[in-house]
Design a protein around this ligand. Sequence first.
Ligand code: NAD
Length: 429
Amino acid sequence: MENNNNPWKRSLNELKTIGEKISLNVMLFSVLKAPDRIVEVSLPLKMDNGEIKIFKGFRVQHNNILGPYKGGIRYHKNVNLDEIKALAFWMTMKNALIDVPFGGGKGGIKVDPKTLSEGELEKLTRLFTKRIKDVIGPHKDVPAPDVNTNSKIMAWIADEYSKLNGKDALAVVTGKPVEKGGSEGRKEATGMGGMYALAAALKKLEFDKKNPTVAVSGFGNVGRYIASFLQSNGFKIVAVSDSKGGIYIPDGISDIENLEKYKESKGFLAGCYCVGSVCDINNREKRGGKDISPKELLELPVDILIPAALENVITKENADKIQAKIVFEMANGPTTLEADEILSKKGITVIPDILANSGGVAVSYFEWYQNLHNEKWSKDEVFKKLKQKMEKAVDNVFETSKKFKVTLREASYILALKKIESVWGNKKD
Ligand code: NAD
């Protein structure tokens, strides 16, 4: 992996730059420079055809000054330790910024889950849970869904962990199905939180164009919900993509929900041009649409670009070609360091991942809290609390950016590090 695109190197750079700017305590700087613990496990799995395959799993616990480690579990063929370390570091920062009592962690298995049967996926998940059971727990480390994992997988983890411990421990993971101890609104939380944050940020930026145009890269849990919520709130979604391809309709995609149904039945988005409830490639000309690649989507002439897939999609190779006025990072780490500088020079406002997508962990905290206190909140209650959290974080970030004359990303790190430093200062001997 090219050094500058290595997300862990990038995290260390962020820590160093901001640490120096705010004269962060040198001992705390050293504490945050490396994860508290890295667990790497081997997962030998008997496949349905009798063959044995060995997968590799990771759980990285970056820091727990603010509370139990917290962060998702990702299943992807490119999962590697430096990626998981960076994601865990960003969770430490994000949890401090959105003000939930958690530290940061992340995990993953290097596997393409699309090549596994449902039974193999369940066996692999239960085996991973067994291997990491001693380091996770409601008050130790609380995983959640991330790329290619979902509520069903979280339910398997909760079930396996509870069996191994001989008692129900719902709060060991968040993002469970509602009927199995999950919170109302968790499924949609990252997208909904993103919508609240974007609306608040646009007000601060005095961006009051009617029906701003939006392109969304990635159409999984995060991408599809933010696209759908933004569309319901007057934004014009003109392009969406997944890993296989995308569609561009300058007049606006008519119905995100139809698109979701199509993707669920076909497994991809390409060619989904909807007229009424009929979505088909034959409607492309009628809708004035164009097939685009995931890369092309990033360079479209839109007001707002939302990367909602994986890291390192905006790089020094394409940053100059980005035409959006605002990049709203719903994915973790979509912009490389050099690309960030190019965007900044071009006057493009980047609203950083640790702010934009923090609605997911905010509602994960609500779920954990409900589990521990045996409470059940309504979806309205959850979204009301989520909106308050997102708007407060946006306020704080814009204020800090103004005060220190720094970018929104730098302001977010300043706030996160100062919060951790204040708690650490009170805790240490
Ligand atoms: P997901 O697995 O549900 O969806 C990922 C989507 O990205 C899929 O549609 C996939 O086809 C698409 N994709 C992959 N490579 C692509 C490419 N090169 N171009 C365009 N699309 C591509 O994952 P998710 O949960 O939606 O997570 C997406 C991002 O959001 C990740 O960075 C994740 O860490 C971050 N995030 C997720 C949550 C959450 O609650 N799920 C919370 C915070 C942040």
